[in-house]
Design a protein around this ligand. Sequence first.
Ligand code: HEM
Length: 416
Amino acid sequence: MLDGPFQTTNGPTAAETPLDKIDVSDPALFRDNRLWEYFERLRKEDPVHFCETSRYGSYWAVTKYKDIMAVDTNHQVFSSEAELGGITIRNQQTDFILPMFIAMDPPKHDEQRKTVSPIVSPDNLAKLEGTIRNRVCTILDGLPRDEEFNWVERVSIELTTQMLATLFDFPWEERHLLTHWSDVTTQENEVVTEEGMEYRRGELRACGEYFVNLWNERVNEEPRDDLISMLCHGEATKDMDFMEYLGNVLLLIVGGNDTTRNSLTGGLLALSENPDQYDKLMADPSLIATMVPEIIRWQTPLAHMRRTALEDVELGGKQIKKGDKVIMWYVSGNRDTDVIEDADKFIIDRARPRQHLSFGFGIHRCVGNRLGEMQLRIVWEEVLKRFPKIEVVGKPTRVFSSFVKGYEEMFVRIPS
Ligand code: HEM
């Protein structure tokens, strides 16, 4: 058992599936939490694995830590360009390309990234810390005692939405729109009907129009510390067209939303499945510092990133051809025992807790990594000040996606 007591047993096991038929991109494996044994088999028997048929077409599954690093740090050969398919296993829709710097190669990527990076400078983070803490305290103080409630909705979603509204200086009462647009964006992987796609395009256009209004207000004001002001005054971003602005706004919304949200839920689940670690934490809250990166490794909120090969290249003894889709399975690299000791165990006081792939590597390494860590640290500091052990009640419901690895619902109870 690799991931606690909630693993389901439906479907053929990894050992029963012929190696060449293993398709780790099946979202049902993630929803049912049955992915682990498939990845374990690939890491052992076929670490750079060609999957010929899947709902997303053929792809290479890269499953070992070092091979993933080799791909992620070689943007000259492995491209993120939207027009080649972008950064998720499902190709971007060619009639609705959303240009965003996560799906660009240099030099444009580097210029745009530089423009938004100041939002997460150490100075700005220090300024944000007080605001985040106040919001965390208000949310936690409003939680019921001795009563079951959905942690995802009441804590994880609420907190990350408030956080995003702060970063954009977004109209406070309408902040739920940010969560909605984030959900609509990430649904791309699973929306397949023409009707569904049309709905998605319409919602995202409405998002773009809303943000254009905010741009028009701020472009005439002095530059400020919020993301929209930074984009409309930034040299590399001030002339973006509508789709490019929308693409980058959505990148910042999605980047800061699902990832932190699912780490907030996944951390509590991991502690509840490993009561010895929860005891250790209660006895010594200073362990939050090493626990936070361990939660991010353990959860791996983005299970993969995708690249497209720009030329023929060898990887792990396999011949990858120009144009092939290459999937870096961070979720698997993070359980690679050749690099991470006892990688299948959740250990909150690891010696090198930041040795993980959850933020990626290379030129696209997560811009918001310190911000995400800071949010988790504050939540756990405030939780430990207030509550005894929080109990997870029953099975969480997991997201049907092999990109966003997360939770729809997780019911908990806080004893008085
Ligand atoms: C636990 C929290 C988070 C995780 C696990 C995470 C994960 C990732 C990953 C895997 C990438 C791509 C890395 C690669 O391709 O090598 C990425 C990129 C990015 N993330 Fe995060 N992220 C988190 C939080 C945030 C937050 C809070 C923000 C900000 C507001 C953010 C903004 C971004 C942006 C803008 C990029 C694109 C960077 C680029 O292309 O240069 N992320 N993130």
